[in-house]
Structures are given as structure tokens and as C-alpha cells.
Design a protein around this ligand. Structure first.
Ligand SMILES: Cc1cc2nc3c(=O)[nH]c(=O)nc-3n(C[C@H](O)[C@H](O)[C@H](O)COP(=O)(O)O)c2cc1C
Length: 180
């Protein structure tokens, strides 16, 4: 077998075997940092959710989150995760709630037989509301047929600022996802 063919087959095999994806939404970069670290550590594909009509207005975004709105998304992230067995879903907390982009993603998903891990980012160093937000997403995952095998609440930063990669990485090191 030629070296070129060997490498082509290896790349093809790796692409087909990548059954893990980190699916996330990030407005100010903190969740993107966490998603990158996780994807690198477990060798997962990265899928960033984008709202079809992004709105950076703080009050409007908070209102939409607090009233549990569901955002329409660009592209087809559902097709991208169809062959994955393990999904790691990450999102910031807004107004003490989950966010419209992740609500929208979970609307149209079939998670039958899939293992899901959840992570949240937020400004509050005491990580208030993270338990309720994770419980909310857990219900949605279970309604879609999946199981939640773990979750973690991570420190982000104030709205408009990106969190410290060092702090995010240090908290992530303790996550059982990496220690199984
Ligand atoms: C509209 C809005 C509402 C927010 N509400 C909260 C909140 O209730 N509690 C909190 O701890 N942080 C809150 N934050 C801060 C974000 O969770 C924090 O900035 C997080 O790091 C953002 O992640 P990102 O950089 O990936 O967008 C809010 C931010 C925005 C934009």
C-alpha cells in the first residue's frame, strides 16, 4: 500500500470514527474557550451554534432567556451530530436561565441512545442558578431520549468580557468527563 493511500484511509477512518461533538453557543468568548479545551482533550468535533438573527442587546437577550424563548439557528447542526454517540453541550447562563440558542437546538433533536454532558459559563463567581439551568437542559435531553452522564458549572466573566482561560482550564481539570 502506498504511503499516500495509507494516510487517506487513516484520515477517512478517523473522520468516520469521530463520534463525539462539543456543541456550544458563545457570545463573548468564554464558552468558546471551554468548548475548545474540551474538544482538544477528548478529540471531539466542535460545532458552534449561531442564531439566525443575532441580537446583542443586553436587556432583550436577558428578557428572551428569562421567558425561555427558542431561537432559530443558522445551518443544520442537527445533521452534524446525527452520527455522534456522545455530545457535550455548553452555553452561558443568561438572566438565571438557559439561552434561546440552546433551547432552539434541543427543540429538533433526537438523542435516542446518546450520552450527553452539560457545561455552563457565567459571571457570578458563586455559580448561582447553574443547578436550575442544568436541571432544565437535563429534562430537555431526557425528553429527547438521551441520558445526561455529567455536568459542570464554569466561571466566565461579566457581560462583554471574556473569562480567563487559566481559570476555565483549572476548573475543567476536575471534571469527571476527563477522569473516567
Ligand atoms: C443577557 C445576559 C444575561 C446574563 N445573565 C447572567 C446571570 O443571570 N448570571 C450570571 O452569572 N451571569 C450572567 N450573564 C453573564 C454571562 O453568563 C457571562 O458573561 C458568560 O461568561 C458569557 O459566556 P460567553 O462569553 O460564552 O458568551 C449574562 C450575560 C448576558 C449577555
Amino acid at each position: 500500500m502506498s504511503i499516500k493511500l495509507f494516510f487517506e484511509l487513516t484520515i477517512d477512518y478517523n473522520l468516520k470514527m469521530n463520534d463525539k461533538a462539543v456543541v456550544f453557543f458563545s457570545r463573548d468568548g468564554s464558552t468558546r474557550i471551554a468548548a475548545n479545551i474540551i474538544a482538544e482533550k477528548i478529540g471531539a468535533e466542535l460545532i458552534e451554534l449561531q442564531e439566525e438573527k443575532p441580537n446583542r442587546n443586553f436587556l432583550m437577550s436577558g428578557f428572551r432567556a428569562s421567558t425561555r424563548k427558542h431561537a432559530a439557528l443558522s445551518g443544520d447542526p442537527w445533521a452534524e451530530i446525527a452520527s455522534c454517540n456522545t455530545l457535550i453541550l455548553g452555553a452561558p447562563i443568561w438572566a438565571g436561565k438557559g439561552i434561546p440558542a440552546m433551547n432552539g437546538f434541543l427543540d429538533k433533536i433526537d438523542l435516542s441512545g446518546k450520552h450527553v454532558y452539560l457545561f455552563t459559563l457565567q459571571a457570578d463567581p458563586n455559580l448561582r442558578s447553574s443547578g436550575q439551568v442544568i436541571a432544565h437542559y437535563t429534562r430537555r435531553v431526557e425528553d429527547a431520549g438521551g441520558t445526561v452522564d455529567g455536568s459542570i458549572a464554569l466561571p466566565g466573566n461579566s457581560p462583554g468580557k471574556t473569562g480567563s482561560e487559566k481559570d476555565i482550564r483549572t476548573t475543567l481539570e476536575k471534571w469527571s468527563l476527563f477522569n473516567n
